[in-house]
Design a protein around this ligand. Structure first.
Ligand SMILES: [Zn+2]
Length: 331
């Protein structure tokens, strides 16, 4: 049924959405219309848009864990019409425009270009010969940089506004179905897989679309000790961006954000990603987000600044920071 004819609502996942196993166990149960979930949803969405509490009345917030692939997932899943409510009314275009504009900084540009430099070098082709799929392009924060570096960048997205924006950025807008008949040197997913209603099915489709020797980048929220936190402390009442951080245990707010109600329907562990990679013929390359660093040569102070950036990147490579980052390759 088209979303316009459907009433916004939820349906339960009756098996693991990654591996289809029914060997799942409930690790958390609450209600959307009671705290802590109500307060958490309010804290997360009230600055981004409008919350229609009628749609959440009596809805359970349930979290299951799969014994087979280790995925932790939200059981009650928004239907198409509810997804439209979440991504157009609870998160408004106006909020997103301002948020994304705030991130189009020179520093972010260098970070993204530095990461694509590493990825393109690993692919080993002239940039103009590299094809990229940016799955769920959003407002093109990543894709526009890859395009600027010379790659041909294909993108998918829901919603006409984002598609129109992508075209103005020189990106090749394709339909979701097109993925099944194409291959790409780099399949790029940046904070996308956690949102998917059918993560196992879509991961397989994306993995198939990686050309021989090509790369699949999956950047996802860090799950950390989510299970332990949920079972001992339950959900917090404030969202990640809203927590001051002073009292937060390192890694804790990120772990809770990996199961953000309504949005982050899937929380992947390293084990889940290993299961998905093995199942779909991909080999792990790195769990560190590596990037080349740019230097400003305008004097000693600028050079010291550049050297500091190098130090930070080298330390990350050694310490393997707690982030959800998986670079995979098809042989
Ligand atoms: Zn599973």
């Amino acid at each position: 049924m088209p979303p316009s004819l459907q009433a916004p609502g939820f349906y339960p996942r009756t098996s693991c959405p990654v591996c289809e196993s029914t060997a799942t166990a409930r690790i958390y149960t609450a209600r959307y219309d009671e705290d802590p979930v109500r307060a958490l949803v309010d804290s997360n969405f009230s600055r981004q848009g409008v919350i229609d509490w009628d749609l959440l009345e009596g809805i359970a917030f349930e979290v299951d864990k799969c014994a087979t692939c280790d995925l932790i997932f939200q059981v009650q899943t928004p239907n198409e019409a509810m997804l439209e409510v979440i991504y157009t009314r609870m998160i408004t275009a106006r909020f997103l425009d301002e948020y994304e504009r705030g991130l189009l900084t020179l520093d972010q540009f260098h970070r993204i270009a530095g990461e694509f430099t590493v990825l393109f070098e690993a692919i080993g082709k002239h940039p103009a010969d590299i094809t990229v799929l940016d799955f769920g392009v959003g407002q093109g924060r990543w894709a526009r940089v890859a395009r600027g570096m010379g790659a041909t960048v294909y993108v998918t997205e829901i919603g006409d506004d984002k598609k129109r924006l992508a075209r103005t950025l020189g990106l090749e807008v394709i339909e979701d179905d097109d993925i099944d008949t194409m291959t790409f040197d780099l399949v790029h997913t940046e904070q996308v897989l956690e949102h998917l209603v059918h993560p196992g099915r879509d991961f397989a489709r994306l993995a198939r679309a990686v050309a021989p020797g090509g790369l699949f980048k999956a950047a996802i929220p860090y799950r950390g000790k989510l299970e332990q936190l949920l079972t001992t402390k339950g959900l917090p009442t404030t969202a990640m961006f809203a927590s001051g951080g002073a009292k937060a245990i390192p890694g804790e707010v990120e772990a809770f954000a990996s199961i953000q109600p309504l949005e982050h329907l899937n929380a992947f562990s390293d084990t889940t990603m290993e299961w998905l990679s093995a199942k779909n013929g991909l080999k792990p390359v790195s769990q560190v987000r590596r990037r080349s660093v740019s230097f400003d040569t305008g004097g000693p102070r600028a050079l010291i600044g550049g050297a500091k950036k190098v130090g930070v990147e080298l330390a990350k490579a050694v310490m393997r920071p707690k982030i959800g980052y998986h670079l995979l390759r098809r042989s």
